[in-house]
Design a protein around this ligand. Structure first.
Ligand code: NAD
Length: 353
């Protein structure tokens, strides 16, 4: 039996409908009474909801959360938290709000409760991101895994179908890469297969009926499992490529992941026959080929746009290849510049993988 390592966290997770109502008791358990609420500008209503639930007992709010955790936004939020004497952070929203909560934890050591409302999965991971001078860097800090996560399915009912689709595919990408990671292990692989199956079946149902609470529940569970995969195994071509595309060309996070997922898998496929077999059995309509299954899923979820449509220029492809090759990483299939250029061309033109 091969040696493997799996890092567990002592995070507490609450899951269900109306589980937001558990927030007051969770704060009390942590000995906190002055939370700073973090959310995005379009979801300031969350601050009112949380303040009402806590009978107005909040230190304040910071609603200028921005994608990719820009350093200046984190510093602004940090100053604000000091000025209102916050004793913990409650992030409510997608991966951007969660990311700010983690960045503030790293700077202050104050407890962080997360209430995720998309499927990005950041709440499960020790990965802390920061963008400075248009360059995004990430580091791993196991202490930054949020102390408490409250998954309230009802909060996801308002997530628009387009964001549900891209964010769900972002989550699936965490799981797909965990299956062929250098440090893949039986624990993350179990999470990965269940996460992929759950999202692949629930996301199309959500497209038909965004208020389908059973499908929403499955998708949120899938996102949790996929987030555990990102925390438990290292990433390869798919995430490295998306990191370059997001960081260098400022392409939107989840949409980029949604486009790249089938292409990255198609590239790696010849080197991972066993994983491809497992994936084909887990993704509906694969007909024995998981890349076909993903192509069909992506198109069913309405991802009909390309990297070009996201604003990438044709000449950026070369720079993307160069940037990817500058920082070598482990991959089951050797990273060859010509083949990566071809992969990017297809994704740029919007061709199936
Ligand atoms: P996001 O957090 O920026 O949210 C996208 C949009 O959806 C926002 O406008 C937000 O207000 C809105 N929204 C969120 N929940 C909603 C709801 N329930 N109803 C209606 N609108 C809602 O995007 P995201 O894709 O969730 O997260 C992306 C960010 O997370 C990126 O910065 C990415 O790097 C980071 N991320 C980090 C990790 C990690 O492990 N560190 C993992 C995944 C993603």
């Amino acid at each position: 039996m091969a040696f493997y390592e799996y890092n567990e966290s002592n995070q507490r997770v609450l899951f269900g409908e109306d589980s937001l109502s558990k927030l007051p008791s969770e704060l009390a358990k942590l000995g906190c009474s002055k939370p700073l609420i973090l959310t995005t500008p379009t979801k300031t209503s969350y601050v009112d909801d949380v303040a009402e639930l806590l009978n107005g007992q909040i230190a304040g709010s910071f609603t200028r959360v921005t994608m990719h955790t820009p350093k200046e936004v984190t510093e602004e939020a940090l100053e604000h938290s000091k000025s209102v004497d916050a004793d913990c952070f409650v992030s409510i929203g997608g991966g951007s709000a969660v990311g700010l909560g983690k960045a503030l934890f790293v700077r202050t050591g104050l407890p962080h409760i997360c209430i995720p409302t998309t499927y990005a999965g950041s709440e499960m991971t020790p990965i802390v991101g920061q963008t400075e001078n248009r360059i995004k860097v990430t580091h791993v800090d196991r202490k930054a895994i949020p102390a408490v996560v409250i998954y309230d399915v009802k909060l996801t009912l308002t997530l628009p179908t387009d964001i549900s689709a891209t964010s769900g595919l972002n989550a699936m990408a965490h799981a797909v890469e965990a299956l062929y990671a250098q440090d893949a292990n039986p624990i993350t692989s179990v999470f990965a297969i269940k996460g992929i199956q759950t999202l692949a079946s629930s996301l199309p149902q959500i497209m038909n009926n965004p208020k389908d609470i059973a499908a929403r529940s499955d998708a949120l569970l899938g996102a949790w499992l996929c987030g555990k995969c990102l925390a438990g195994a290292s990433v390869s071509l798919h995430h490295k490529l998306c990191h370059v595309l997001g960081g260098t060309f400022n392409l939107p996070h989840a949409e980029t992941h949604a486009i790249i997922l089938p292409h990255a898998l198609a590239y790696i496929a010849p080197s991972i026959p066993n994983v491809m077999k497992e994936l084909a059995e887990s993704i509906p309509n694969s007909d024995g080929n998981a890349v076909n299954g993903l192509n069909r899923l992506v198109s069913k979820l309405g991802i009909t746009y390309s990297l070009k449509d996201l604003g990438m220029k044709a000449e950026d492809i070369e720079l993307a290849v160069e940037t990817l090759l500058k920082k070598p990483f482990w991959s089951p299939r050797q990273i060859e510049s010509d083949a990566i250029r071809e992969l990017l061309k297809r994704a740029w033109e919007g061709k199936p993988a």
